[in-house]
Design a protein around this ligand. Structure first.
Ligand code: NAP
Length: 286
């Protein structure tokens, strides 16, 4: 007789709601004490439908949390200099506390130069070199939102990374790399895998905590998941499909994030929480 076990789902939607509710209480407190609403500025270049949707979603969540939003839409023909100037303007604007540049921007734009035009104290999306450095040194600052959301989700399910083998598949500057560094800071033994990794399956099979951040639908198969592992699927591919083959992985993992409803909602919740953190600091309340 064969029995098939099933992992416990990590409910990102519920935990994100809790974080947004807490953030809304803090935002209301700031508004009451200072007469100023925390404000997130979003900047969109071009009209990529997915980016337009993401920005609208972020604005709607801001509204619900009592955070004001300012939106700047720039044409697809915007140059690096023009985008940098817009971001520098927001960085100087005392009514703006957080800045989010929706990315990817067009290939003709120097994305790094644009990110670096965001003042570190307003970098609530955690994309600047300064934010990466403060995260690496464990200093106060803003973390990249998706890795930050992953760590909060681990905490919510009382997963202590200390002493565990964590395997991160993907090493982008905004996701895989910081996720591994945050796990390292919590004393996991971290392995990074990427497109040059030979025998990825062997590496993945070692993982007590697996973070999939590849951008390839159903790339990680259940047969490679260590029984009982914590599986965090950060992937979000067309058709609402993650980077983990959920159906096979759910029979092996101990805990697993669904897609959608896992890491995605946590990412936006962290963005809002960090906007309120920024407002508190900029308004002299923290
Ligand atoms: P990315 O910049 O394209 O990075 C992908 C990473 O995967 C790279 O490090 C790449 O290795 C690695 N990779 C690609 N093919 C591989 C292979 N065959 N074997 C092993 N590694 C491979 O993507 P990203 O921005 O980090 O995003 C990753 C995924 O997360 C995407 O699905 C994206 O939509 C999703 N995402 C979700 C959220 C959210 O809020 N839920 C936020 C951001 C991103 P190299 O470095 O060697 O090229």
């Amino acid at each position: 007789m064969s029995t098939t076990s099933s992992a416990r789902l990590m409910d990102g939607t519920a935990h994100a709601r809790r974080l947004v509710d807490e953030t809304a209480v803090r935002a209301a407190g700031i508004t009451r004490r200072t007469g100023t609403r925390p404000c997130l500025a979003t900047v969109l270049v071009g009209e990529d439908p997915a980016s337009v949707t993401y920005v609208r979603m972020k604005q709607a969540r801001c509204e619900k949390a009592g955070i004001a939003s300012r939106h700047i839409e720039l044409p697809a023909t915007t140059t690096t200099d023009e985008l940098v100037a817009a971001l520098e303007g927001l960085s100087r604007d005392p009514d703006v506390h957080g800045i989010l540049l929706q990315h990817p921007v067009g290939p003709h734009i120097d994305e790094r130069a644009a990110f670096e035009a965001i003042a570190p104290e307003k970098d609530v999306d955690g994309v600047t070199v300064s934010s990466f450095a403060t995260m690496s040194f464990g200093l106060p600052g803003f973390v990249s939102c998706t890795p930050g959301g992953i760590m909060r989700l681990l905490d919510a399910y009382e997963v202590d990374p200390a002493g565990k083998r964590a395997v991160v598949v993907g090493r982008s500057a905004i996701l895989g790399k910081p996720a591994g560094m945050l796990l390292l800071a919590r004393n996991a033994t971290v392995t990074y895998c990427h497109s040059y990794t030979t025998d990825l399956s062997s590496a993945v099979r070692e993982a007590d905590i697996l973070v999939a951040a590849v951008g390839r639908p159903r790339f990680i198969k259940g047969e490679d998941i260590k029984p009982g592992a914590v599986v965090i699927d950060a992937g979000y591919n067309p058709g609402n499909v993650g980077d983990v083959d959920f159906d096979s992985a759910v029979t092996r993992a101990g805990l697993i994030t669904p897609v959608p409803g896992g890491v995605g909602p946590m990412t936006i919740a962290v963005l809002l929480a960090q906007t309120v953190d920024a407002a508190e600091r900029l308004l002299g309340l923290a």
